[in-house]
Design a protein around this ligand. Structure first.
Ligand code: GLY
Length: 407
C-alpha cells in the first residue's frame, strides 16, 4: 500500500467515524423551543428588574416584557400596563405543562409584582392583568392569598359599572372624544367577574358581567357579525352616541384583534352562562372571520380585515392565537361543527409553528413574531407581542387536553 492509498483510507475512516458519531437529524420539538425561549425571557426580565432595583430608581418599576420594538428594543412595562399579566401567565402555563418547579418559582415571582393592580380603578383591564396572572396561579396552586387578591380586584372592577348604561366603562382617556367608551376587548375582563361569583356565591359580579355582555351583543355588532371597536354611550341616558374605532383602520372596518376579542369573549361567556345567544354570536363571528375574502390562506389575519393596502399590510399573529385558543374551546361545545373548529385551530397552530416563530435564541425570548398592536399610531407593527405568546400557549395546552381526552 503506498502513501496515497494509506492517506485516502485514513480520510475515509475518519469521515465514516465522524458521520456515524454525528447526532442524527434532531426533530424540532416545540415544547423544548418554548422552554428555551421563556428561560431567555425570564433572564432578560430579571436582569432589568435587578438593574432598576440596584439603581434605586424612584420611577415606576418595569416588571413585565410587553413587546419588541420595530427597532429591536425590549419594551418592559410596569404593572399598570394592560399587558402586565401575560408574562406571569406564560410562566404559569409552563408550570402546568411541565410540572417543573423552576416555572412555579418564576411564575410566583413575576405574579407578585402585579398585586398592586387590585387597587387600580382607572381601567377595565383588571381581568387581563389579574386573571391571567393570579387567576392561573390560583387555578394551579389554590393559594388563598391569590383568591383574596382576585376578589379584591373584582370589587375594584365593578366600581366602573354604570346602571344607566348597563355596562363597565372601558377607558378614562380621550374624554374629549367619548363620554362613556365601551370597547369590544372589555368582554375579556368579564371572566374575572364570573369567577368571583363562583368563588363567593355573591351574584353581583355575575349580574354585572351578563348585563355588560348583553349590551355588547346588542350594540357592538353589525349585521354581518363583525364588531365595532368603541361604542360611546351617554352615561346619563345610556343612549349610543358614537360607533368608533381606536386601533382599527376606520370606524366601519373590522379590526382583526377586536374580532378575536369578541369571539373569545362570547365563547367564554357561553361557557359561564349557558346562554345560547352568546354561542350563536360566537359561531357567527367565526363564520365572518373564516369566510372573509381578505383572510390569507395561512389563516393569520391582516391587522384589519379592511386595511387598504392588503396584501401589503402587517399581519396580526395575536388575533390568530386568540382565535385559535377560543376555537379549541368552541370545538368542545358543539356537535356538528366541532371537527371543523378543531381542524381550523390545528391549521393555525401548524402555520404559526412553520412560519411565525422567533428564530431560536432571539427576540428576548418571545415565541412569535408579526403581531400588530396599534397600527394607526405606528406602534408595534409586525413585532413580537406578549399576548400573542400567551394565547398561543393557552391554545397548545387546550389542544393537548382535547387530544388526551380523545385517546
Ligand atoms: N386591549 C387592547 C388591545 O387589544 O390592543
Amino acid at each position: 500500500m503506498n502513501l496515497k492509498s494509506i492517506l485516502s483510507l485514513a480520510i475515509t475512516a475518519t469521515l465514516f467515524l465522524f458521520l456515524s458519531c454525528a447526532e442524527p437529524n434532531k426533530k424540532f420539538n416545540i415544547k423544548e423551543f418554548i422552554s428555551h425561549q421563556l428561560r431567555i425571557g425570564v433572564n432578560e426580565a430579571e436582569t432589568r428588574i435587578n438593574d432598576q432595583l440596584a439603581a434605586d430608581d424612584q420611577g415606576e418599576l418595569r416588571v413585565s416584557p410587553r413587546s419588541v420594538s420595530e427597532e429591536g428594543e425590549l419594551n418592559i412595562v410596569p404593572s399598570r400596563d394592560w399587558t402586565s399579566g401575560f408574562f406571569p401567565g406564560n410562566l404559569w402555563y409552563m408550570y402546568e405543562w411541565t410540572g417543573d418547579d423552576f416555572w412555579l418559582e418564576k411564575a410566583k415571582y413575576f405574579t407578585s409584582y402585579i398585586e398592586q393592580e387590585k387597587y387600580n380603578d382607572r381601567t377595565h383591564d383588571m381581568g387581563f392583568k389579574i386573571y391571567c396572572s393570579f387567576g392561573n396561579g390560583y387555578r394551579l396552586i389554590n393559594d388563598p392569598q391569590y383568591r383574596d387578591i382576585m376578589i379584591h380586584s373584582a370589587n375594584t372592577l365593578i366600581t366602573r359599572f354604570n346602571e344607566a348604561v348597563g355596562s363597565l366603562r372601558s377607558w378614562d382617556h380621550n374624554r374629549d372624544k367619548w363620554d362613556f367608551p365601551v370597547i369590544i376587548d372589555n368582554m375579556m375582563n368579564l371572566e374575572l367577574l364570573f369567577w368571583a361569583t363562583r368563588a363567593t356565591g355573591d351574584s353581583t359580579y355575575y349580574d354585572i358581567a351578563v348585563s355588560h355582555a348583553d349590551l355588547t351583543l346588542r350594540e357592538h355588532f353589525r349585521p354581518d357579525a363583525s364588531s365595532y371597536h368603541v361604542i360611546d354611550f351617554n352615561p346619563e341616558t345610556g343612549e349610543v352616541q358614537n360607533r368608533h374605532t381606536h386601533q382599527g383602520y376606520a370606524h366601519e372596518s373590522a379590526w382583526a384583534r377586536g374580532q378575536a376579542w369578541g369571539f373569545y369573549g362570547f365563547v367564554m361567556a357561553y361557557r359561564e352562562t349557558g346562554s345560547k345567544a352568546y354561542l350563536e354570536k360566537a359561531e357567527r363571528i367565526a363564520s365572518f372571520v373564516f369566510e372573509h375574502p381578505n383572510l390569507p390562506a395561512d389563516l393569520i389575519p391582516y391587522w384589519d380585515f379592511n386595511a387598504p393596502g392588503i396584501p401589503d399590510e402587517p399581519r396580526d399573529v395575536s388575533a390568530a392565537t386568540i382565535i385559535a385558543s377560543a376555537l379549541y374551546e368552541l370545538s368542545t361545545m358543539v356537535n356538528e361543527k366541532s371537527g371543523f373548529y378543531k381542524k381550523t385551530a390545528d391549521t393555525i397552530l401548524d402555520n404559526l409553528e412553520a412560519y411565525y416563530l422567533s428564530p431560536e435564541g432571539e427576540n428576548y425570548g418571545f415565541l412569535l413574531t408579526q403581531s400588530t398592536g396599534h397600527a394607526p399610531h405606528g406602534y408595534e407593527r409586525a413585532v413580537p407581542i406578549i399576548y400573542a405568546d400567551y394565547y398561543y400557549l393557552e391554545a397548545l395546552l387546550r389542544k393537548s387536553s382535547i387530544e388526551r381526552g380523545r385517546n
